[in-house]
Design a protein around this ligand. Structure first.
Ligand SMILES: *Cc1c(COP(=O)(O)O)cnc(C)c1O
Length: 409
């Protein structure tokens, strides 16, 4: 009761702040409270940090860099990190680039007890001459949505992207120079409030760490096998599957362990009585099929609050639909639909899509103790897409999606 009251008070407050600036604010705030969460606009924040205020404390002990061939995903981190503190009474503090360091947190802090935490995953690329980000505005937007869902503070998205660019600029030398290699960027927001109360946080920390990473598939393009187990769901209507909260991922470990025991490397997430296919592991999923009308169709799950709105997903839809003129649908696709496609030989390809791997082809799916094989053509759509998207990311193909770090400084 006291919690929902406090929450309401915060909404009312943010509504009041917005009204002064924007007459649409009432509508905006109402729509946010009423659901259709995946499409919810942000609550405009009167408070933000500014990239121009950035303070930089260089490290005195630069680390040695791991050779490219020895890089392991998310294990090595660069010399510096970005930190911005927030307090309800003071708003955002100055952003700081400081040496990579351990955090000091109260054992009572509510990020540790109630998972009041969210994150992003994005990358910086170099072609040896210039450094780039890929659609960073999308990550900024999504992080703000994640923060809103947890009562964490939001920020101006352009300032966020500029601060990231400044951090990448300091760590230029850490971006591996080979094609397929990149600097993985992990923005994170946590509640730092010392309380065991389940309450909207009054203190928070936004920090960004970065890790040089290699191509997801070291030995070429390795297709994966998936286990679809209808006993587990990743997300549900009214829940938080559409935002990137740490709380969504811890509970996926057990299904992952069970899949691995049976020889499957990822979990295919299903939802509902008719086993709608929603996502794979931590990726969106696409099926390239001939549909019942005999048309070629690229299908992915529609965005609602059980599906994470992936930047790669959106990119693939735009390229295939608008540039290549393919027939692309965001529609419900069930295990029954998939099964029909497989037995009638109408499936061409299936692949996951996410920042880490771009696309990850699927060669088999196990469901109710039956394994279905899926073709993995050598010159299929997945391969064409990964080459095109890498071409954009490394500066070979002209595209508004690629942003130069130098232009953001
Ligand atoms: C991060 C993530 C994705 C992929 O999003 P991208 O922006 O393309 O990296 C898809 N599904 C889930 C569940 C995710 O956490």
């Amino acid at each position: 009761m006291s919690h929902s009251l406090t929450t309401m008070r915060r909404f009312v407050l943010s509504y009041a702040c917005c009204t002064a600036r924007n007459s649409n604010a009432l509508q905006v705030t109402k729509r946010f409270i009423q659901s259709d969460q995946s499409q919810a606009p942000f609550i405009e924040v009167p408070n933000t940090f500014h990239a121009k205020d950035l303070e930089h404390t260089p490290t005195k002990e630069p680390k040695s860099k791991t050779p490219n061939e020895k890089l392991v995903f998310g294990k090595q981190f660069t010399d510096h990190m970005l930190e911005v503190e927030w307090e309800e009474s003071k708003g955002w503090g100055k952003p700081r680039i400081v040496p990579y360091h351990n955090l000091s947190l109260a054992p009572s802090c509510s990020a540790l007890h109630y998972a009041i935490q969210c994150f992003e995953g994005m990358k910086a690329y170099t072609n040896g001459k210039e450094e780039f980000l890929f659609r960073p505005d999308m990550n900024a937007k999504r992080l703000n949505r994640s923060c809103s869902r947890l009562g964490l503070p939001t920020f101006n998205e352009e300032e966020f992207v500029k601060a990231i660019a400044k951090l990448v600029n300091v760590e230029r030398e850490w971006i591996p120079k080979e094609r397929g290699y990149s600097l993985y960027i992990r923005p994170t927001v946590i509640s730092t409030e010392e309380t065991l109360g389940v309450l909207p946080p009054k203190k928070a920390l936004l920090y960004v760490i970065m890790s040089p990473v290699g191509p997801y598939f070291k030995t070429g393009f390795a297709a994966v096998k998936l286990l679809a187990d209808p006993r587990y769901v990743r997300a549900f209507p009214g829940g938080t599957g559409h935002v990137k909260l740490g709380a969504n991922y811890g509970p996926t470990i057990l299904p992952q362990i069970e899949a691995a025991k049976k020889g499957y490397s990822q979990v295919l997430w299903l939802f509902g009585e008719n086993h709608e296919i929603s996502e794979v592991g931590t990726m969106n999923i696409f099926f390239y099929i001939t549909n019942e009308k005999g048309e070629e169709e690229l299908v992915t799950a529609p965005l609602n609050d059980t599906v994470l709105p992936g930047v790669t997903r959106d990119t693939i839809i735009n390229i295939t639909k608008n540039e290549w003129g393919m027939n692309v649908s965001e529609r419900v696709f069930t295990m029954k639909d998939l099964n029909l496609c497989i037995v009638e030989n109408r499936i061409h390809e299936a692949f996951g899509a996410g920042t880490a791997c771009v696309v990850s082809p699927v060669k088999a799916i196990s469901f109710k103790d039956e394994e279905f094989a899926i073709p993995v053509p050598e010159k299929g759509l997945a391969v064409k897409l990964v080459n095109h998207i890498l071409g954009i990311q490394y500066g070979d193909i002209e595209s508004p999606y690629r942003v130069k770090i130098n232009d953001l400084l």
